[in-house]
Write a protein that binds this ligand. Structure first.
Ligand code: GDP
Length: 481
């Protein structure tokens, strides 16, 4: 038998169809070159335009990034507090906060905004960014170096005077040019607040007129825990470029994620060892993400929902009712179906495992249920916890098919990286399960707190462009389809 490591398939393209730049040192980041061997689903091809945009953006990151004269000049400008008319390089600093899924979606969103506006992306190094992800850009760093002059940027929030929405509300920043009067002096930086409690003025970020103002501000610091990309698709000024970059609108995070997020060697060790031990020999791998919160009790309803969903949708076989039933005859040794469960609790996978051991599967196949970890509580900045979380997101993404829990960014990242349109478990309302799950309309993550209206005509933002729609798992949200 050919081991999966020797598997040579059409999709065994180590640079993912040109998405990844050549010339990285392979030893420093094994995942970058090995991911194609582990992924069971080949994924989508990037457009030529995206590939060339990425190469030119990498050059921008090198020309303007930390350690360059341009960067030193830009820091001086920032310290002076004044804007400069046409700066050599412009920057976007992305704050990291909340869970791993949130942070990944935020960084991917910031990167797309940086691509569209020719800004250098620098990510906040807190939350072990450097321990989880390899550097995405060759010969430079995307980590904001220590000594950043806005020393308290990580605590920028609603009360920050330089918050964009606040400066718009107070008239410190205005859109449009008033006839005859000299253009107002711009601040050296603005803080973009796109958290759940953003104000209507903060949401002006998604309007064309406001994007024109932001263009001339050299430094932007952005806070979001969400996938704001569907909002960027509402901005007219970005439309043409986005069309060229992503002719397949449902694969935006898929490409951005595969480009940016490569597990470091330590995390890759967790992924590769688990894969080889539990998944490599499987005929089919079904990933099930059971997002429960630490304080929630074990829920027989959710368990039932998972069983019904996977059997109704023919992802997993039913089990025979009676213990005495004859097992169907199976010819020869068969490759098992592997079920990869991720959850903070072990109970759900234990019950599934029990079921497939105590009863025969109706199709006679062996179903192996495993769960890499059960951390019980959510923790932040704990190395082994963060490593496991990232390894599990990644393992889910290499499955053949995926069942996820609605509204979870952890699941969104897995489905996007994997190129998988998941079956989404509906939230159990007051102990009763209606329809257990439904197939998502696309693999794209949902933007949970988008602007409700389009900027000009005040129409429902989910109806103004054909490929931006409300999400199935969160009707107020928006997603690309
Ligand atoms: P979300 O809250 O579901 O949107 O996902 P996030 O990834 O943003 O935050 C949840 C955090 O809880 C993760 O980052 C992990 O730290 C932890 N967590 C939740 N579910 C799991 C799981 O299945 N496995 C592991 N290892 N950690 C989990």
């Amino acid at each position: 038998a050919v081991s999966f490591l020797q598997r040579k398939t059409a999709h065994d393209d180590r640079l993912l169809g040109g998405l990844l730049a050549d010339g990285f040192d392979q030893k420093s980041c094994h995942s970058r070159h090995q991911s194609a061997v582990y992924r069971r689903n080949a994924g989508r091809q990037p457009s030529h335009h995206l590939i060339s945009k990425l190469r030119s953006h990498e050059a921008l990151q090198r020309r303007c990034g930390p350690g360059t004269a341009a960067y030193t000049n830009a820091l001086e400008q920032l310290k002076s507090g004044r804007s400069v008319a046409s700066p050599e390089c412009r920057y976007l600093v992305s704050i990291s906060y909340r869970g791993l899924g949130n942070r990944i979606l935020a960084a991917a969103s910031a990167f797309l905004y940086a691509l569209l506006t020719d800004r250098v992306l620098l990510v906040d190094p807190s939350h072990m960014t450097d321990e989880l992800f390899c550097e995405p850009f060759p010969n430079t760093t995307w980590l904001l170096p220590p000594g950043f002059p806005l020393f308290n940027y990580q605590s920028f929030y609603l009360d920050t005077p330089e918050r964009f929405g606040r400066m718009r509300e107070d008239g410190v920043l205005r859109t449009g040019v008033t006839n005859g009067s000299a253009p107002a002096e711009l601040p050296a930086f603005a803080y973009i607040h796109l958290d759940y409690n953003q104000t209507d003025h903060d949401k002006l970020f998604f309007c064309d007129d406001d994007q024109r103002v932001l263009r001339d501000i050299q430094w932007l610091v952005m806070r979001t825990d969400s996938y704001i990309v569907p909002g960027l698709f509402l901005v007219k000024a970005f439309e043409e470029e986005l069309d060229g970059l992503f002719p397949e609108r449902d694969a935006v995070f898929h490409h951005l994620g595969r480009y940016l997020f490569h597990p470091t060697n330590q995390v890759w060790g967790l992924i590769a060892r688990y894969y080889r031990a539990h998944l490599a020999s499987a005929r089919r791998v079904v990933g099930i993400q059971v997002r429960v919160f630490p304080w929630e009790a074990e829920s027989p309803e959710i368990l039932e929902q998972i069983k019904t969903c996977t059997q109704n949708e023919r992802l997993l076989p039913a089990v025979l009712d009676e213990v005495e039933d004859d097992e169907p005859a199976v010819a020869g040794a068969q490759q098992p179906t592997a079920v990869l469960v991720t959850s903070l609790k072990a109970w759900y996978s234990d019950k599934m495992k029990e079921m497939y051991w105590e009863r025969a599967a109706a199709d006679g196949r062996v179903v192996v249920v495993e769960q890499p970890s059960h951390e019980e509580t959510q923790r932040y900045n704990v190395r082994s916890h963060e490593h496991k979380a990232w390894a599990e997101v990644y393992l889910l993404s290499v499955a053949d098919m995926l069942v996820t829990t609605g509204q979870s960014t952890f699941g969104y990242v897995a489905q996007g990286l994997g190129g998988l349109k998941p079956w989404v478990l509906h939230h159990v309302a007051n102990g009763t399960v209606g329809w257990p799950c439904s197939r998502d309309v696309s693999m794209e993550p949902c933007f949970h707190v988008p602007p409700q209206y389009d900027c000009k005509r005040r129409e429902d933002a989910g109806l103004v462009v054909p490929h931006v729609r409300h999400c199935g798992d969160l009707p107020a949200g928006l997603k690309l389809v």
